[in-house]
Design a protein around this ligand. Structure first.
Ligand SMILES: [Zn+2]
Length: 128
């Protein structure tokens, strides 16, 4: 099980900035974390080590009134996965469209640009 040492929280309740913030909330929250510990006097190696013990939790709260799901998919995009790996984040929990939470090791996440749909097509081709 993932040890939740710090719950990283970011994002607005709703409003104009919601999209902007949620697009790369992983990056925002890690930068905030780094800045907070720099201000406390930690050096970057120490911060990197601290980040390695963190589990980042990303939950997307739906603002679309036409969609009944309160929680939707917040799986990190390829850029964020690269950013997580670069910053030594090893564990992530993200929300799925059915409202459940998915735990994953960051190293198991695919940081190439192939979408899930494209991957399904590729798999079909390979199986033929
Ligand atoms: Zn992203």
């Amino acid at each position: 099980m993932c040890q939740l040492q710090t719950v990283l929280k970011v994002g607005g309740k709703n409003g104009k900035n919601a999209n902007q913030i949620t697009t790369h909330s992983e990056e925002n929250v890690i930068k905030k974390y780094i800045n907070t510990y720099r201000r406390k006097g930690y050096n970057d190696n120490d911060i990197r080590r601290k980040l390695g013990k963190q589990c980042i939790i990303v939950v997307r709260i739906n603002n679309d009134k036409n969609n009944d799901n309160i929680i939707t998919n917040s799986a990190p995009c390829s850029n964020c996965i690269k950013f997580l790996k670069k910053n030594n984040i090893k564990k992530i929990i993200y929300s799925l469209n059915d409202g459940t939470l998915q735990f994953s090791k960051v190293k198991h996440l695919d940081d190439t640009h192939i979408s899930r749909g494209q991957r399904a097509i590729l798999r079909k081709k390979l199986n033929k």
